[in-house]
Each structure stands twice: as C-alpha cells, then as structure tokens.
Design a protein around this ligand. Structure first.
Ligand code: HEM
Length: 418
C-alpha cells in the first residue's frame, strides 16, 4: 500500500467528488440525489490502529466497503489454532497500517508473500475484526481442541427463528474475518491474504462482499440509505454513547469468561430483499412498513430525522406508527429494553436464477453482549410479525465471539490460551 515501489501517485484521490450530491430535485420533495456533502465518507488516507484494548471495526466509524469471510478449521490442536491467530493478527496489523504482508516480496524466484493488489493504494481506514464460532469449543458433543471449559458463556448456535430460509453452506463457521475499508480492493486484499496465510489450517466456508454501509456507528457520520431507499441507522447505538455501549455491547470484567472482557458477540444475517415486490409497492405502504418517512427519515407523524419516535401517538383512533411497523417492533421500548449495535452493508450477488430477480439486500451485522437476549429476542418478534417480512428473506446466519483487542506484539484471542 504505502510501500509503492514505483512511486505511483495514489489513485482515487477524487473518489469523494463522485459521491457528492448532484443536486437533482426529486419531484416536489426536492431532495438531493446522492450523499449528503457534509461528510467525506471516503477517508482514503486514514488508518485505524489494529492494536488496542478492543478490536477495531465495531465502534470505530463504519467504512463504506466490506469483505466478510467465514472459515472452517482443518487443524486439530489448540497450538495450531493459536499459531494461526498469531499469524493472522500480525498480518492484519501490517495491512491496516498500509504495509505489505511478510518480508519476502522481492525475491524473483519465489512467489511474493503479499499478493500485491494494494501496492499504490492507501489503507482507507482498513479494519480487520476476528471472531470465534461456537464449534471451536464443541462440535457434535466433541471437545475438538480441549477448549470447552473456556467457552464464552453466551456463545451458542442461534436457534432457528421464524421465517428463516437459511442456506447452511452459507452460514456458520469456526472463525470469521470482517474486513472493512473505504476502498473495496483493500478490504478484498485483507481477506485474500489472510486466507492465503491460513492455507493448510483453514478453508473458506463462505464469504460476502458489501457496499454502502447501512448504519452509522459515530455521531460524526451522516445516516446512509439501504437498498430500500430508507435512511438506516438513525436510532442505532453510537460509539459516543459510552454508557449504552457498556450496557449493550462491550463485555466487562465478570460478565462472561474473564478472557472475553472488552470483547463482544457478533451476529451476521444475509437478508435478501424482494426488491421487485418492494419497488411495486406504494410510497405510503413503504413508509407504513418501516414506520418512518422515506426521504427525511423522520418517524411517521414527525418532521425531522432525529425527532423522537412516539410509539404512543394516535390519529383517528389508530396508531400513527402501525402496530407491525419495523421500527416499532425493533425498538427497545417494544423489546423489554434490548438494544444492539448495527453495522451492516448492502450487497448484490447477481441474479436469483429461478426467479430472474436481483439477488440483493442487507448483510446485517450486529454486536451485543448476549446474542440470545438481544439479537435473537428482537428477531424472534420481527420474524413473526414485522410488516417487512413481505419483502425480505433471511438466507444466512452466523454467530461469533469477538475477543478483546490485542496489545502490540500480541494476538487476538490470546486470552483463550493463557
Ligand atoms: C433487510 C432487512 C432490514 C431492513 C431493510 C431494515 C431497515 C431499517 C430501517 C430503515 C430502520 C429505521 C432507521 C433506524 O433507526 O435505523 C431500522 C431500524 C431498526 N432496525 Fe432494521 N432493518 C432490517 C433488519 C433488521 C433486523 C434483522 C434487525 C434485528 C434483529 C433490525 C433491527 C433494527 C433496530 C433495533 C432498529 C431501531 C429501531 C428503533 O429503536 O427505532 N433490523 N431498520
């Protein structure tokens, strides 16, 4: 990346210009098409430290691109797993700082350690976040690595949920790598090089590319739109809400197994949108389905995006926000207080062959202290009665324990072995 051997100037310096609003009026509403210009979402020159008490890629500002991969372990001992996590952490630290992986990149008679496609690119806020799947601690009743006694308490497979149409081959996994960057090639490079380093120890089980973050994780970011055209992330938790982040996202001392303090849990769901059906539904139906106005993002009955969500408001004897609206059913007020940090991405994977329809939607990622009482509890209700169900299908699911960050020279997951 910054080791640009040929001294090329960085490409895409003007990428931000393409993302700016182009000022095309949208009928009477007069909204701009394109991103709000208040924020330069590209941050191509920025780096995010890999080392730290908590892993990056959770409450650090959500970047615009994702390459997510889940791997199955083919090694058989805890020592081999530890070696892999050590090597991966070291390589991730180098890549996030814009360095090439490995030392052997100039030997003419050998394949270079680094695959090379980021030479000349900047890290663009690359973060690499690692997670551990439940099968590491026990698979089919078998303690594969002798680590059963160290299993994070809340790490359990996600139970089948209402409306699930999951593809098992595109679900689960022993390990995950979430690579986020504002340059898609940088995110791809991270996953590719970790997969390469892991050859002989892991096989890639499934992977997912994402574009266009669908939530904001800090107050400095504007709220993006998902592929349904709605602002997504308005009432998300934010890094600045330190008290709420401690309550809902970060594990503290004594919350779980001791080595998970400052860690969290990640749930991923690939949610296909039935875009053709959605696109044929009236604006009124779309807004009733979500419970917010499409262009402003304001709650129904309100004016501005961040106006309070008044779930008790009624007009002509009916709730202003319908009983089955997504925001009502997903809200903490309606879920016994449960909240999650959302950090998902839009995806498009070509065409669903049998239907001739776009295979596109939301690759939902969320972080929480306990998947069962947070994600699962919310999704159990959403899956049964959310008006949005008419327009979506959950096709993949996975859960991972996300250990705390590594200190300089250490590795992610170190506490598991000490
Ligand atoms: C394709 C599927 C989905 C779409 C299109 C979608 C879209 C949205 C939109 C537009 C909002 C309103 C803006 C905001 O506050 O962020 C929202 C809110 C929310 N969604 Fe989703 N969502 C989806 C799936 C999910 C899932 C699977 C969950 C969790 C199980 C979830 C949890 C939430 C939560 C917690 C809120 C905030 C509710 C509030 O307190 O106001 N969403 N979603």
């Amino acid at each position: 990346m910054s080791d640009d051997a040929n001294g090329f100037t960085r490409r895409r310096l003007v990428a931000g210009a393409g993302a700016a609003g182009v000022g095309i009026g949208l009928g009477g509403a007069g909204y701009l098409i394109g991103r709000e210009t208040a924020e330069d979402s590209t941050h191509l020159g920025e780096t995010v430290p890999f080392y730290g008490g908590r892993q990056a890629g959770i409450d650090t500002p959500a970047q615009d691109r994702l390459h997510f991969a889940a791997f199955d372990l083919t090694v058989e001992t805890a020592a081999e797993l530890r070696d892999l996590l050590t090597e991966w952490s070291h390589a991730a630290a180098e890549m996030t700082q814009g360095k090439m992986v490995g030392n052997n990149n100039n030997e003419l008679l050998a394949p270079p350690d680094d695959t090379g496609e980021t030479v000349g690119l900047r890290p663009a806020s690359l973060t690499v976040t690692f997670g551990l799947g439940p099968d590491i601690f026990e698979r089919d009743g078998h303690d594969r690595f002798g680590l059963r006694s160290r299993r994070p308490h809340a790490l359990r497979q996600i139970d089948p949920l209402p409306g699930d149409l999951l593809d098992p081959e595109h679900s689960g996994g022993d390990l995950c790598v979430q690579a986020c960057s504002n340059d898609p090639q940088v995110a791809f490079h991270a996953v590719r090089n970790l997969a390469r380093l892991g050859r002989g120890s892991v096989v890639m089980r499934w992977s997912q590319l994402g574009f266009g973050r669908t939530s904001s994780t800090t107050r400095s970011q504007v709220t993006p739109r998902n592929l349904m055209g709605f602002k997504d992330g308005t009432r998300n938790l934010r890094a600045e809400d330190t008290e709420a982040m401690r309550r809902f996202v970060w594990l503290g001392e004594g919350d779980d197994v001791p080595w998970m303090a400052d860690g969290t849990y990640m749930v991923t769901r690939r949610i296909r949108m039935l875009i053709e059906i959605w696109d044929r539904s009236a604006l009124l139906d779309q807004e009733d389905t979500i419970g917010r106005q499409k262009y402003s993002g304001a709650p129904l009955g309100e004016k501005e995006e961040f106006d309070p969500l008044d779930l008790g408001a009624r007009r002509n004897g009916k709730p202003v926000i319908p009983a089955d609206a997504h925001v009502r059913l997903a809200s903490a007020e309606d879920n016994g207080g449960a909240q999650i940090l959302r950090r998902g991405y839009s995806f498009t994977d070509g065409v669903v062959e049998e239907l001739g329809e776009l295979d596109a939607g939301l690759f939902f990622i969320c972080f929480q202290r306990n998947p069962k009482t947070q994600f699962e509890a919310i999704q159990r209700r959403l899956g049964s009665i959310d008006a949005l169900n008419e327009y979506i299908k959950h096709t993949s699911s996975a859960v991972f324990a996300v250990p705390p960050g590594a200190s300089e020279g250490g590795y992610v997951g170190e506490g598991l072995f000490s």
